[in-house]
Design a protein around this ligand. Sequence first.
Ligand SMILES: [Mn+2]
Length: 343
Amino acid sequence: MSASALSEAVTTQNIQPLFPDVDWQPVIDAIASADKILLTTHCNPDGDGIGSQQAMYDALIAMGKNVVMHNCDGVPRIYSFLKYTDQVTMGSWSADSQDADLVIALDCGAKGRLGMADSFYEGAQLINIDHHVSNKYFADINIVDARYCATGAMIFDMLIAMDIALTKFTASAIYAAVLTDTASFRLSNATAAVYRMAADLIDAGAEPWPISINIYESQPVAGLNILKSCLDTLELRDDNRSAWIHVTHDMYEKTGADVEDAEGLIDYARSIDGVEVAVFIRCDENHEHFWKVSFRGKTTADVGALAATLGGGGHKHAAGCSMRGSFEEVRSAVEMAVSQILG
Ligand SMILES: [Mn+2]
């Protein structure tokens, strides 16, 4: 493709969707008849939630739609390079200030995970576009398909179904979503079709290296300092098939790091030879007795099922739950659950 062609939006006419059997018509119709559309994603949004929201926002405003974005939590710093992230409002929002007639929830498995009061959705049609196998089908229209590696990949297919041209920005936002949900195209969800989609996104102007630099190579020093203290907590259990790390409140204070800096540390635990399940227990920054527990599975272990036994959810290879109590209490409950699935 010539450089001049890259400066323009790329038509999706010759691009293959990942799953042509998905029926996007209900979403297309709802968008066509909506006056004001609100795009939202789950609490503690990740690259897939933010990337999907950004891509969809870009495509919908290009159609001349009135679109707003609102999430319960802020956009992580590493995704702030996506240009419309400054348009995302956050926090709890009173029902009367929410006047969209169509709310689209992206990458979110359950209504509660959106973090809004029920009254927030009153008077609006709700659409749920998601790839979590544990999805609760909580909306009026549910496009839920666990074959997709990322919700961003679903947006890719939706735009093709809508015959909307891929702009450089839309392609970049989808690329960021897919890059993060496939752990840089390394997980088993990174199929040949996903690589072909990535190539289509690059043809449309997405630039892999600058996107990677923004997401993975722009850490504050505090991020490396929390990595140092976190790796000091590394322990192996279950005949070296589970690897455990944690971050306590104290460690945030000593390093000056925050929850965002601790994202991704679990990958170090999974990277150990022979480890099937990685566990990362981290303290909430503001509540010493609130803990977020993340799980990563390598081959056969289903950490989504594991997290479900602890009241959480997720995918086979990536899942999590929230727990309350002292570190010792949380740790021993999780140890029991992990030992059980590694039986
Ligand atoms: Mn996702």
